[in-house]
Design a binder for this molecule. Structure first.
Ligand code: PMP
Length: 565
C-alpha cells in the first residue's frame, strides 16, 4: 500500500525492521498472491518469520469428487510454499490455521495447537515475545564477534579502533543495529552520491541479478558493459576513446600505469620507465599504486624494497581559492629538464588531493602540467577516482582546467556506492601505441566487466545525466561554506576549505579518532576523521538541515578539550 508518492508500507516495515508474519488465504489461486508478497518482502531485505494460511470456508453444494480435488489442492499449497521457502534458504514455518466452528474451549485449543510453532519462529526475531533470552551465540554483539576475526581498513588486530554495527541504510542515513539513525557525512568514502538504497540502483541490480550477474569477459561481452563504456565516453573529457573496466580504484590505477609503460615501449621509448607524481598524493593500496603515493605519509618505508622507485615533485602549492602562482610548477620544470627522458607519465589527482591531505589546488596547475608533459614526451594520467562524477562541482575535475589527460581513472561513485567497479579510459593514440606490432594490453582480471556492477553503474550514470546533481552540489557547497565558517574561530583549527560538496577542517594536531567518532555517533552523525582532518562529503541528496547538523557537530567536537592528540 502506498503511504505517499514514493513510499510504501513495505518501507515503513523495513524501517521498523520487525519480524514479518505473512498471512494469506489458502483458497484456490491464493498461492500466487502469497508468493508475490514473499518476493516483495525479499526485495526490501525483509525476511518472513512465519507464513500463516487461513483455511477458507468450504463452498456449498460440491460433489464428493469436487470436494476431494479441492482438498488435495489446498493441502498441496502449504507443502509447495515450504519447498519454495527452503529453496530460498528461509527457515520460516508455514502454518495452516483451521476454521473453528466456535471460539469455545475446543476452538481455542485447536487454534492454539496450530499456532504453537509460530511462537519460537517469531521469538527468534522478537525475543521479548517470550521473555526468553536468545542463545548466547546470537546475543553477542557483532562488534565483539567482528573483533575476534576480521580486519578493518588500516587497523591493528591487537589494539583495534571500535567499530559500530550498521544494520540498514536509506537516503542519507545509516541505521545502526541498536536502532540509532545517523546522518551520513561520508557517502561511504565518496561513493553513495545518490544516497543509499536508491530505488533505481536497487532495481538495476535486481534486474541484472535475475538475468545474468556475471560472465567472463574473455571472449564474451554484454549489454551492461557496452552501454556503460558508451555512456562513460559521453561524460568523460572529450578525447578519451577506449575504456578498460577494472574491479576497484587501485586496480584501475595499476591499469593506468601499465598502459603508460606499454605505450612508451610501443612507440620505442623503452627508457621511459618512471612516473613523476606530486607529494601528498594517494592512488590506492596495491603495489604500483603505493609506489606513486606520498613517500612520507604513504607506505614506502614499509615496502621500500618491493616498490618501484618513482620521482616525486613538490605538492601543488597554489591554493584553489587564490590567484595562480606559476612558480608552483618550477619543481616539475626542473625535474623534466634534468631527467625528462626517463618519465613515462605524470600521475596526479586533479584539483583535490584526497586521502593524502584533502588539499585543493588551482586548475591552472593542471594546464601547465599538461603543457610540460607534451613538451617532454610524457603522458598525463588523471586519477579522478575521488573527484569524478560531480563531487567538485563539475562532472570531472579535469573540466575546470579544460584539460583532457591521456589516461583517466574513475571509480568510487561510478556505481553510486552499490558495487565495486572502476574504469581506466585512454585516448585512441595511447591505445594504438600500446597495440603496435601485434602487441596486446597485458591485464585481464577475473571479474572484469562484471555485469551486475556495470548495470548498476549505467543506472547511476542515468541519474547523473538528468542533471539534478548540479544544483544539489551547489547547495551543499553553500551550506558547507556557511556551516563550517565558525570553525575558523577555533584555536584548534588550522584551515577551513570547501570545494563543491567537500568540506574540510584541518586541525593543528592529529585528532583523537576514537573519541571524536564516539562523540559524532552520540550526536547522530557519521563522520570519520583522520590525521589532522575532520571532513565531510555528504551524499548529493542530503537535505540542507542535515548538512547543518554535520557542520554543527564538527564545530562542537572541535570546541571540546581532549579531541586532539
Ligand atoms: N585513487 C584515489 C584518488 C582514491 O581516493 C582512492 C581510494 N581512496 C583510490 C585511488 C583507490 O581506490 P580503491 O580503494 O577503490 O582501490
Amino acid at each position: 500500500v502506498a503511504i505517499n508518492e514514493e513510499e510504501y508500507t513495505l518501507d515503513f516495515m523495513a524501517a521498523l525492521d520487525l519480524a514479518v508474519l505473512l498471512v494469506g488465504s489458502n483458497c484456490l489461486g491464493a498461492l500466487n498472491h502469497v508468493l508475490l508478497s514473499l518476493q516483495a518482502l525479499r526485495l526490501k531485505g525483509l525476511r518472513p518469520a512465519a507464513v500463516v494460511l487461513m483455511a477458507p470456508e468450504e463452498p456449498e453444494g460440491l460433489s464428493a469428487g469436487e470436494r476431494h480435488d479441492r482438498e488435495r489442492i489446498l493441502a498441496d499449497n502449504p507443502e509447495f510454499l515450504r519447498r519454495r521457502l527452503a529453496a530460498w534458504g528461509e527457515d520460516a514455518p508455514v502454518v495452516v490455521l483451521p476454521r473453528v466452528a466456535r471460539l469455545d474451549a475446543a476452538g481455542w485449543q485447536e487454534l492454539a495447537d496450530a499456532c504453537a510453532v509460530l511462537l519460537p519462529a517469531l521469538s527468534r526475531h522478537v525475543p521479548s515475545l517470550t521473555g526468553r533470552q536468545a542463545p548466547a551465540g546470537e546475543e553477542e554483539p557483532l562488534p565483539l564477534r567482528d573483533r575476534r576475526i576480521l580486519w578493518h581498513p588500516y587497523t591493528s588486530v591487537v589494539d583495534p579502533l571500535p567499530v559500530f554495527a550498521a544494520a540498514r541504510s536509506h537516503h542519507n542515513r545509516i541505521v545502526l543495529d541498536d536502532g540509532r539513525e545517523l546522518v551520513d557525512g561520508m557517502s561511504s568514502w565518496w561513493t553513495a552520491i545518490h544516497g543509499y538504497n536508491h530505488p533505481r540502483l536497487v532495481a538495476a541490480a535486481q534486474r541484472q541479478a535475475g538475468r545474468m550477474p556475471h560472465v567472463m569477459f574473455g571472449g564474451l561481452t554484454h549489454a551492461p558493459a557496452v552501454e556503460l563504456g558508451e555512456r562513460l565516453l559521453t561524460m568523460l573529457p572529450q578525447g578519451l576513446a577506449r575504456v578498460f573496466l577494472a574491479d576497484s580504484g587501485s586496480v584501475s590505477v595499476e591499469v593506468a600505469l601499465k598502459m603508460a609503460l606499454q605505450y612508451q615501449q610501443g612507440i620505442g621509448q623503452k627508457q621511459r620507465t618512471c612516473f613523476l607524481t606530486p607529494r601528498g598524493g594517494y592512488h590506492g593500496d596495491t603495489t604500483g599504486a603505493m609506489s606513486v603515493c606520498d613517500p612520507v605519509t604513504g607506505m614506502h618505508c614499509l615496502f621500500t624494497h618491493m616498490l618501484p622507485r618513482q620521482i616525486f615533485m613538490e605538492r601543488p602549492s597554489c591554493r584553489f581559492d587564490q590567484p595562480f602562482d606559476p612558480a608552483s610548477l618550477d619543481d616539475a620544470r626542473r625535474i623534466f629538464a634534468e631527467q625528462g627522458e626517463r618519465i613515462a607519465a605524470v600521475i596526479l589527482e586533479p584539483l583535490v588531493q584526497g586521502a593524502g591531505g584533502m588539499w585543493f589546488y588551482h586548475p591552472d596547475y593542471l594546464r601547465g602540467m599538461a603543457r610540460l608533459c607534451r613538451e617532454h614526451g610524457a603522458l598525463l594520467v588523471f586519477d579522478e577516482i575521488a573527484t569524478g562524477f560531480g563531487r567538485t562541482g563539475t562532472l570531472f575535475a579535469a573540466e575546470r582546467a579544460g584539460v583532457c589527460p591521456d589516461i583517466l581513472c574513475c571509480g568510487k561513485a561510478l556505481t553510486g556506492g552499490v558495487m565495486t567497479l572502476a574504469a581506466t579510459a585512454c585516448t585512441e593514440e595511447v591505445a594504438q601505441g600500446i597495440c603496435r606490432d601485434g602487441m596486446v594490453f597485458m591485464h585481464g582480471p577475473t571479474f572484469m566487466g562484471n555485469a551486475l556492477a556495470c548495470a548498476v553503474a549505467c543506472a547511476s550514470l542515468d541519474i547523473l545525466a538528468e542533471g539534478r546533481w548540479q544544483e544539489q552540489v551547489a547547495m551543499l557547497e553553500t551550506a558547507l561554506t556557511a556551516g563550517l565558517a565558525p570553525c575558523r574561530e577555533l584555536p584548534q583549527v588550522e584551515d577551513v576549505r570547501v570545494l563543491g560538496s567537500i568540506g574540510v577542517v584541518e586541525t593543528t594536531r592529529p585528532v583523537n579518532m576514537a573519541a571524536m567518532q564516539d562523540f559524532f555517533v552520540r550526536r547522530g552523525v557519521w563522520i570519520r576523521p583522520f590525521n589532522r582532518l575532520v571532513y565531510v562529503m555528504p551524499p548529493y541528496v542530503s537535505p540542507r538541515e542535515d548538512v547543518e547538523r554535520l557542520c554543527a557537530a564538527m564545530h562542537d567536537v572541535l570546541s571540546l578539550p581532549g579531541m586532539l592528540a
